[in-house]
Design a binder for this molecule. Sequence first.
Ligand SMILES: NC(=O)c1ccc[n+]([C@@H]2O[C@H](COP(=O)([O-])OP(=O)(O)OC[C@H]3O[C@@H](n4cnc5c(N)ncnc54)[C@H](OP(=O)(O)O)[C@@H]3O)[C@@H](O)[C@H]2O)c1
Length: 256
Amino acid sequence: MTTVAIPFTRYKELICAWIVLAIIIFLVLLKITAPYGRHSSARWGPAISNKLGWAVMESAAVIMLFVFIIPNWGMLSSTDLVMIALFCLHYFNRTFVFPFRLHTKGKKMPMLVMCSGILFNIINGSSLGYYFVHYAHYGGGWLTSFRFIAGSLLFFVGLYINWKADNLLIHLRKPNETHYIIPRGWLFRYISCPNLFGELIEWFGFAVLCWNLPAWAFFLWTAANLIPRAIAHHKWYKARFNNYPSNRSAIIPFLI
Ligand SMILES: NC(=O)c1ccc[n+]([C@@H]2O[C@H](COP(=O)([O-])OP(=O)(O)OC[C@H]3O[C@@H](n4cnc5c(N)ncnc54)[C@H](OP(=O)(O)O)[C@@H]3O)[C@@H](O)[C@H]2O)c1
């Protein structure tokens, strides 16, 4: 099955509308913190297992990407495939590894959060898949270009920071515990949320290495989600622990 391409100008309009929505959501999230993890609350309606919620909502990104690329596999260049592999590397961890390593015994995630996560991932996975199948024309030298190399470096540095920080945070607790501890050392000396900082760098690197509209839209959406979340985490730490280090920023060292 080969899907019919809509004109690129129409595709661009749709992605630009998606970017405008990211800006609106950013402003909303500065006022209302997404209710999962430490900000979870029973006020947000029916909830499901936290781990299941993560696995289901994150799987949507890769499923939708594959819905577009599998039937059109023959149309993809080796450059497209490298970019798709990097995207899948992140989502393989986020869907199949990260949720099952969490020490969040008995914790719940509101269905509303899971459903918004699914929608976000469906649109991001589809817009990227659609772009690779219909519009991507990377020349033969792309994989050795400055953009690709610099973007890949940023991507892997961000991935490393994100994975290492998530791992340190997860292991602040034993598997059957649910309390919170002040994280210390490494990048936690400068910021409250190195995991969110790493993810931001990672998707910035991805946008640089792909240099296409849906990848930039994805980066902007990531920033729209993660910057307000990090600010909320940071405020939460300061309210919860009166000995919380005062010299830390939320997500960008010395800045935010
Ligand atoms: N691309 C995007 O738009 C996007 C959006 C959101 C999140 N993410 C990614 O998803 C991952 C999780 O995000 P998150 O905001 O849920 O991260 P988080 O609040 O830092 O939590 C990560 C894990 O560590 C535990 N934890 C965190 N701080 C702790 C502390 N001080 N003491 C004990 N345990 C602690 C959390 O437990 P609790 O769950 O019990 O709090 C959770 O299991 C991150 O890697 C983030 O980058 C991506």
